[in-house]
Design a protein around this ligand. Structure first.
Ligand code: GAP
Length: 454
């Protein structure tokens, strides 16, 4: 596997129109990113594959889309209002706040399981300074939820938050799904959606941002045998990483999270860490949320959320197992995994060896020359046919064919089709394979058959 550093990925993403800094024209807004056409296409391919595997293939999954703005009482019941905080410390000179745990980790101290006071003491003991070289002050906790007001009056009664997780949308719709569909337990509710967290130190490109998407499902189970359900979902997650996405086994590590480091709602958590450029860190997680959420919503809303088992008098609050997947981190993992460099005829080549189902562009079509109307017309016909049949296709008539190949290689297009003078005579074109760079002459129907195989 080619080792890639983060700067190379950031530069490729900007140069080729995958990802741009948010609000760049005005100097940017830290922790936000804008998605260009290719990045968006890659993101959509990832969510479509996820939806297919986790929602459409099983028979017991219900996909929803809940509101980003929710009643503030939901965040009180879920425990986010009182516990969703980051440990921070202030640079006494610049007044800038830094994540305490990140400062310790940067100084080779593992902050796992440390209290706020332990972390601050360690900072003092090791005489750690702020990244600007200044003294650090007292530690505190900074709320991660973005506040906003609903309606024209800005006071406590209209206060709510931009959602920091999609999960609560599934919990507050549990009753609706049961009443509409009468599902047997176990069943799941899933959604893909945007989340907002006021991260103190957004960093590492799209790895930690303030606005990001999560693909997530809440799996409602009978608590008697939760370990087996937990393990089945763990295996399914591995299947997703290794088989569906083709990530290498050695790049994915399962990490059992200690009680002291688990989220407030979890009785067991496994993180799936990926070897991102320069850091191994969380790509996705699996948590056993027990009946923490349903029982709190039942208590705070005053509504009965018990599930009535069919064919018996038993009523109970189902427990929940939650597989959760950060979409931007998936994009980063996929770019890291498939970034390759090699040499062709003595020249360095950079390419993304993306599988066809992830590649933003499925095929590119080139007329050999752009000043020959007959050639361009036939190339356009070929382009139109391919576009209709295989999804996103790209037209490129800029520069020599070698340069066009390099551009498509860099964005991961699996195949390029060149239309030349022979095409006008015998209706054959050249199909060039990105990974092998092999070129073959064939008819457009044969091209379609070849693309259908990948
Ligand atoms: N409902 C559970 C939940 O939200 P989480 O671990 O806080 O769990 C889920 O977040 C996933 O979202 C993580 O596994 C990670 O991939 C991604 N994620 C978390 N914070 C992020 C951030 N600031 N920027 C980008 N992705 C993030």
């Amino acid at each position: 596997m080619t080792k890639v550093n983060l700067e190379d990925l950031v530069s490729l993403c900007k140069r080729r129109g995958f990802i741009y800094q948010g609000s760049e024209l005005y100097g940017g807004l830290s922790g936000t990113w804008d998605w260009g056409p290719l990045g968006l296409s890659l993101k959509r391919n990832l969510t479509n594959l996820w939806w297919q595997k986790f929602v459409e293939e099983p028979d017991n999954m219900y996909g929803i889309e809940s509101s980003i703005l929710m009643n503030a009482k939901i965040w009180q019941a879920s425990g986010h209002e009182s516990t969703f905080h980051d440990p921070v410390i202030e640079d006494v000179k610049t007044k800038q706040h830094y994540r305490l745990d990140h400062l310790l980790a940067d100084n080779k101290v593992d902050p796992k399981g440390m209290s706020l006071e332990d972390m601050a003491n360690k900072i003092k003991e090791l005489k750690i300074k702020s990244p600007d070289g200044n003294e650090l002050g007292n530690p505190s906790r900074a709320g991660q939820m973005f506040k906003t007001n609903v309606g024209s009056v800005e006071d406590e009664s209209s206060l709510t938050y931009l959602r920091p997780e999609t999960a609560q949308g599934m919990f507050v719709n549990f009753r609706n799904i049961v009443d509409s569909y009468y599902p047997d337990i176990p069943f799941g509710i899933a959604q893909v959606g945007r989340n907002f967290r006021n991260e103190i130190s957004p960093r590492d490109f799209i790895f930690r941002s303030r606005e990001f998407e999560i693909m997530e499902l809440e799996y409602f189970i009978d608590p008697s045998n939760w370990e087996a359900d937990f393990d089945n979902l763990r295996l399914k997650m591995r299947e997703w990483f290794e088989k569906t996405l083709g990530l290498s086994k050695e790049n994915i590590k399962e990490v059992e999270i200690d009680k002291s480091d688990r989220a407030h709602y979890s009785d067991r958590t496994i993180d799936f860490n990926y070897k991102f450029p320069g850091r191994e860190d969380e790509l996705a997680g699996l948590a056993y949320r027990s009946d923490f959420d349903l029982s709190n919503h039942q208590k705070h809303s005053g509504k009965n959320l018990e599930y009535a088992e069919k064919g018996s008098n038993r009523k109970f609050l189902p427990h929940v197992i939650e597989p959760t997947f950060g979409l931007e981190r998936h994009v980063l993992a996929v770019l890291t995994e498939y970034y390759k460099e090699d040499e062709i005829n003595g020249e360095k080549r950079t390419y993304l060896a993306l599988p066809a189902n992830l590649a933003p562009v499925k095929v590119a079509v080139f007329p050999l020359l752009k000043n020959k109307p007959e050639l361009v017309k036939y190339a356009h016909d070929v382009y139109g046919t391919l576009k209709q049949k295989v999804g996103l296709a790209m037209w490129d008539d800029n520069g020599n064919i070698g340069k066009r190949y390099r551009r498509q290689d860099e964005i991961g297009t699996p195949y390029c089709v060149t239309v030349d003078f022979q095409s006008l005579e015998d209706k054959t074109v050249t199909l060039r394979n990105r990974d092998t760079t092999e070129q073959k002459r064939m008819t457009v129907n044969e091209v379609l058959a070849e693309l259908g195989k990948s």
